[in-house]
Design a protein around this ligand. Structure first.
Ligand SMILES: [Fe+2]
Ligand SMILES: [Fe+2]
Length: 318
């Protein structure tokens, strides 16, 4: 029976007074012959270029002077890297819960090893995230994931997090590592991706679909919808970064922007990857229902613009 409460506190601060603890973390990582991360240099190139996000196709972006383009890109780069940071940070609470819920010695061992990986990933990525941003999660995935980690039983988590999110992480780190212009970060992301591939494989190895109850079935389906929704709405934080630089855009300008950066097409491709990750043995009917109810279908540029306008929130954006 599941009765363990864990809080996935994304706002958890870093202790800066006790240098010994930080030294012990890096010492432990070194001891395992793992690389140590260093803060990027002041003149380091931007991690990712505008064409990765199809920004080069936007007329609005093209009209801006290079300095403003650079500011938007830098801001968006920071938002993306901070999302990685919070995903790894969530991995700590998640693994703590999974170790305790493990019903066999091997399951607890496995999650202990995964926890060490996630702690290492976090240590590698942390120098790339400004201190002020390390307690302020952004984007639509993190709140969805946080709630899943806190609310779900182990078997649902083997599917929803271990299979789907670790798989999604593996794919994302692969793309972002390939496209990264900063050699040190590129190597870090590649290393993380290789670990995530093993983490992802753990999911199908542990998940037992026959153990799903009527109650957990409803929750799993609801969370699958929530994952799809995160992708259907397109790159909302990218648009937020643009607005932060150029000011509030009209609904027509927002529609053009979402259309220029091919939101519908890129969301469609991402949703197909998500669908493939969801398609595990005995989960076919869930994916079929999701497809039939139109959740594996991206919103149009006009719909994304409307959603953006409705949920626009500058206060929470750093
Ligand atoms: Fe990780
Ligand atoms: Fe992982």
């Amino acid at each position: 029976m599941y009765n363990l409460k864990v809080e996935n506190d994304l706002g958890l601060s870093h202790q800066l007074q006790n240098a010994k603890v930080s030294k012990l973390i890096s010492g432990s990582i070194k001891r395992k012959n793992q690389p140590i991360s260093v803060a990027p240099e002041e003149d380091a190139p931007l991690f990712w270029r505008p064409d990765l996000f199809l920004l080069d196709r936007s007329t609005l972006y093209a009209r801006l002077d290079p300095l403003r383009q650079q500011r938007i890109l830098k801001h968006y780069n920071n938002v993306l890297i901070s999302e990685f940071y919070f995903l790894e940070k969530s991995g700590l609470a998640y693994c703590a819960k999974m170790i305790l819920l493990g019903e066999t010695t091997e399951t607890r061992q496995l999650y202990g090893l995964i926890a060490a990986d996630e702690a290492t990933h976090l240590e590698w990525i942390t120098p790339y995230v400004d201190l002020a941003c390390r307690t302020k999660p952004q984007g639509k995935l993190l709140p969805v994931l946080g709630k899943i980690i806190e609310d779900c039983d182990a078997n649902s988590l083997y599917y929803l997090v271990q299979t789907i999110i670790e798989g999604w992480g593996m794919m994302t780190y692969k793309v972002m590592s390939k496209a990264c212009q900063c050699p040190h970060l590129k190597a870090i992301l590649k290393n993380v991706m290789q670990d995530e591939a093993i983490h992802h494989e753990t999911g199908p190895a542990l998940f037992e679909p026959e153990k799903i109850t009527a109650q957990t079935a409803a929750f799993i389906y609801d969370r699958m919808k929530a994952y799809a929704e995160v992708l259907r709405v397109g790159p909302q934080t990218l648009v937020q970064c643009i607005e932060k630089e150029v000011g509030e855009l009209s609904i027509t300008e927002l529609e053009t922007l979402f259309d220029d950066i091919k939101t519908e097409l890129t969301s469609h491709l991402k949703l197909q990857i998500l669908k493939d990750l969801m398609l595990q043995p005995q989960m076919e009917q869930y994916v079929q229902r999701l497809t039939d109810e139109n959740y594996i279908h991206p919103y149009s540029a006009a719909e994304c613009a409307k959603i953006y306008q409705k949920t626009r929130n500058f206060e929470q954006f750093v």
